[in-house]
Each structure stands twice: as C-alpha cells, then as structure tokens.
Write a protein of this length. Structure first.
Length: 295
C-alpha cells in the first residue's frame, strides 16, 4: 500500500461515490475500484459496503480512515522538514461553514494562494459545530469556528469577528406570543440547533429564566435553521453574520423584542502541532496581519 492509494481511499471515504471519487482522483472508476481492492487486501478487511445505489464505510473502514488521515499528515510533515526553507508547499485542509466561506475566507485565501502558489488548498464545508472536533481529531488542519467557552489546551484560536445571536421569524408571520413585552420562548415554536455554541447560549438563557421551551424541531447547521424558518416551521436563533449572508434573508425577519443571548467570537482554529508546519504557520501569520489591518 502506498501514499497514493491512501489518498484514493480518503477521497472515496469523503465522497462515498465511486464516480465522483474517481473524477476527483483523476482516474477511471474501474482503476479506483482496483486501488480500493488492493487496500482492502492489505488491511484484510472490507473497508466499504457497496450496493447498486450507496457506498458506506464499514467499522473497519472508519478505523482505517483515522489511520490514513494521520499517515498522510505525518508524511506531509516529514517532507516539509527537508524542503527549501524559501519554498512553502504541501497540503493545507480547511473546514468552514458555507457562510464563513463567503464572508470570512475569500480575501485570506486569495492572498495566501498568491503568496504561496506551491501549497495545495483543500476546502471542506459543513456544519460549524463540527469544526473544532475535526481539528482535534486530526481530520482537518484548520477550521473557522466559534471560540469555545472553555478552550482545549491543544488548540490555538485567532479571533476574526464577533457576531450577535438573533431570533428570526418568517416575514409573513406577524403575531408572535409575548410575555411582558418580550418574545415568549415557552409558547413560540422553536427551530434550534442540535448542538454547538448557539444551542449552549440558548440553553443557558432558558435555565437562568426557568423557561421550558416549545421546541418544534432541531436542525444541524445555521443555514438549515434559516431554511426551516422560511418554510414556517417556527422561530429560529442564528448568528447575525449567517442571517446577513443567507439567500433567505429577505424571507425572514429579525425579532427585535427577543431575549438577548451572549454573542460569540468567530475565528481560525488549529492545533499547536499544526502550527509547526510551515504551510499552516504561513497562513496563520497572514490571517493575523489581515486581522490587525482591518481593526
């Protein structure tokens, strides 16, 4: 088994589609199939469950994925030690929500790409609440994340912006339940995040005010919350930064007389170990320079 086949495996493990993975690996589906079969023969276990319609990882595949991620990163780190000190190269993977990709990363990644053209950038999008977990697990190099209330001693965090948490309702919905002139969270149907800092802030307010919420649905991802609010499923709570960038912003409205939740800071997150890699250190330094210029 070689590094190339490890990368083929990781691509298929991410996309879970042989056609798409083969295209991403610049090879035919049959060649990708043979590569995966060789890897499975070496491991001695099936790594994927396949049928005519779906592809999924087996339990052995999940464990091997963690090994493959670390093996590829260790190899990149090893190679960087022997590279020309004037040349920054390698692979840098970044995880961010769709909103962060649109609002916080464009200038940074454009400048970085211009300054370090030999670095290969890999950008993944997904739910913001998963970002710190992926960095700590070694599945990603950097993420755009909310600053945790309790920081992990292995994490480094660079603030980029602060955003308020706001309650939103469908624009057509005019009459909202109120108590003492404020939105009543015990009666208003709520669309809330399953986890993450927004959920934690909301839970803290509910506990402090001894309020039993009327939860209509729980959603993963702020963009998903706004989509559900737009459909009339209830009142949502999202970072204002997400609302400002959402394609649904004209279909929902911010509720002015809503409970005030503590805002949070959004920034770049990585590990101390990752910052020892020149390609990541260079991106971190560039982000700091841009951040200080914008202040």
């Amino acid at each position: 088994m070689n590094l190339h086949e490890l990368k083929n495996f990781l691509t298929l493990a991410e996309l879970l589609h042989f056609g798409k993975a083969a295209h991403a690996c610049n090879m035919s589906p049959s060649a990708l199939t043979r590569s995966i079969q060789r890897t499975e023969e070496v491991v001695g276990q099936p790594l994927f469950l396949r049928d005519n319609r779906t592809v999924s990882l087996t339990p052995a595949g999940e464990k091997f994925r963690a090994y493959a991620v670390q093996a590829v990163r260790d190899w990149d780190s090893f190679r960087e030690q022997f590279q020309d000190t004037d040349t920054v190269s390698g692979l840098v993977s970044i995880y961010a929500s769709v909103t962060a990709v649109y609002s916080l990363l464009p200038n940074l990644l454009e400048s970085y790409r211009s300054a370090y053209p030999d670095v290969q950038l890999e950008l993944r999008t997904g739910s913001a609440e998963e970002s710190v977990k992926q960095v700590l697990a070694g599945e990603i190099d950097l993420s755009v994340a909310a600053l945790p209330d309790q920081q992990h001693n292995q994490l480094e965090f660079m603030p980029l912006t602060q955003t308020d948490l706001v309650f939103v309702a469908p624009k057509k919905l005019k009459d909202l339940p109120q108590s003492n002139g404020q939105l009543d969270l015990a009666k208003a149907p709520l669309v809330i995040p399953r986890s993450g800092l927004s959920r934690k802030r909301l839970d803290q307010w509910l506990k402090k005010n001894n309020t039993l919420p009327n939860i209509n649905t729980e959603v993963s991802g702020n963009e998903g919350i706004l989509a559900m609010v737009r459909l009339g499923c209830g009142i949502g709570v999202v970072p204002e930064l997400v609302l400002e960038r959402s394609p649904f912003r004209k279909d929902v409205r911010k509720i002015e007389n809503a409970p005030a939740l503590s805002p949070y800071v959004v920034g770049l997150c990585t590990t101390q170990k990752n910052l020892k890699r020149p390609a990541i250190s260079a991106l971190w330094q560039l982000a700091g320079e841009q951040n200080s210029t914008s202040d």
